[in-house]
Each structure stands twice: as C-alpha cells, then as structure tokens.
Design a protein around this ligand. Structure first.
Ligand SMILES: [Zn+2]
Length: 255
C-alpha cells in the first residue's frame, strides 16, 4: 500500500469537506456537482481515493491517476490523495483503518462524504464501513497516529453524508443539493476519466465496453439529476443520505 499525492495545495491544512471513495471517478460521478459548488464558494475540499482502480476492465492505474488529476483541476479541489489499497479487496484491517484515521485527523473536515451502506460494488460498501469505523476511532485518545513525524490530535465530526451511485438508497434521501449551475462542470470532470466513460474522441477505442463507457450511462446520470431537481423545483440536483440525524440551527436556513 503506497500513498500517492496526486495534487496538493500546500497552503490548505484543513478542509470543509473530505470525500473518501473507493475508486478514482466515484466522487465525480456521484457528487461532482456538490463538490464543484463548494469549491466555487471558496470552501476547501479534499478527495481521497482508496484504490487506483487497477481491476477496472478499461484503462490502467497510471492512466486513472492522470485522469483523476485532470478531474481534480476541473473541480478545483485542494487535495487529491490515492491510498493505493488493493482494488476489489478493500478491508477494515488495522493498516487500512490507521491510514484513514490519519487522513481524517490531518484534514479535520467539517463534513465527511462517502459511499452509502448498500451498493453494487463490494468496495463501495467496504469503504462505507471503513470510513464509519475510522471516524469513530479517530475520536479515541488511545489510538495514536502520526503525520509528518508529529502525533495527531483526535478528531470527531457527526456530519457523515453518503452520495448515491449505482443503487437507489434503501430509504428516501435525507436531502438534495441543487447543482443546476454545476451540472456542466460535473460532466466535464466525469469526462476527464476518458478511459472509463464515453467521451468525444474515444468512441472508437478497441477497449471492451462497460456500463460506464456506453453513451447511455451519461444520459442516465443527467436524467437522474433532472429527476432529483424536479423534486425540489430546480433543474438538476444530487441526492444524499445522512448517517446521523440532520439538525438545522434555524428554520430560516431552509428558506
Ligand atoms: Zn467505484
């Protein structure tokens, strides 16, 4: 397991949003609109991919790292880190847990965003469990971690949200994010993963076709965003779950 820094803004020490996903491209496909909207509002966002996606039918790990750098720039994310875990075999071993705890303590995110508990890809479900487990342990004083040779402080957040990817959630989403002005940027970030998805210029590749590489995949993503948008009276939206109950300080925040 080798951690690779794909991109970092060294001025940024802590972030508002930490996205932890299984494979490079999961964050863009599922939450690209909400991420772009946060960075446009000058909020800091870090994306941590657990694997390099080396089990993917198309492309190769180096290409996917390059593509994730491209997508990172499009979304204006401050950090993109790849933990180099084994694609297809993400687990909750002490080694995996310590690395995720260290990431959480390093970035002290106000919000953590990850996969939902019920998903098609076993790695997605595994990352959900890993992140929940690491978030709990991140608050324990007897779990010691280091970053750049310094002992890290414990860190807790109750704001753990899940994005929607392959499957519908098992219950109604807890909230929707209006991404109308960021749908185009989201699609550009997804198209940066040209080895994985259908994009202009790669239609005639000799690579095997997958669900992601068909033109229908992008149409489905757009249709879903339009449908979620219709539920809240906007053009495009993304759906989210909250692990813990969501509280608001004042009704006017919802107005
Ligand atoms: Zn994935």
């Amino acid at each position: 397991m080798e951690t690779r820094i794909i991109f970092e803004d060294t001025e940024v020490k802590t972030v508002d949003l930490l996205v932890i996903d299984a494979h490079p491209d999961d964050a863009e496909i599922s939450a690209g609109g909400a991420i772009a909207k946060m960075t446009a509002a000058s909020k800091k966002v870090a994306i941590v991919d657990c694997t390099r996606g080396e089990m993917g039918t198309r492309g190769n790990p180096d290409l996917r790292l390059q593509e994730s750098l491209e997508a990172t720039k499009i979304l204006k994310v401050s950090h993109r880190i790849n933990l180099g875990m084994m694609d297809g075999f993400i687990d909750e071993s002490p080694e995996s847990l310590y690395r995720v705890i260290s990431i959480i303590r390093r970035f002290k995110p106000r919000i953590v965003l990850t996969h939902p508990p019920f998903e098609r890809h076993p790695d997605h479900e595994a990352v959900h469990r890993l992140v929940r487990n690491a978030l709990f342990k991140s608050g324990l004083t007897k779990i010691h971690t280091e970053f750049e040779g310094e002992e890290q402080e414990i860190y807790r957040t109750r704001k753990i949200f899940c994005f929607m990817q392959s499957y519908q959630f098992e219950r109604k989403p807890d909230f929707y994010v209006d991404i109308s002005e960021f749908q185009d940027i989201k699609m550009k970030a997804i198209e940066a993963f040209a080895s994985q998805v259908y994009a202009t210029g790669n239609e005639n590749t000799n690579e095997p076709q997958t669900k992601l590489s068909s033109p229908e995949f992008k149409e489905e993503l757009i249709a879903r965003a339009k449908y979620f948008g219709s539920l809240i009276g906007v053009h495009y939206a993304e759906a989210y779950l909250s692990v813990e109950p969501v509280g608001v300080g004042c009704l006017s925040y919802l107005a």
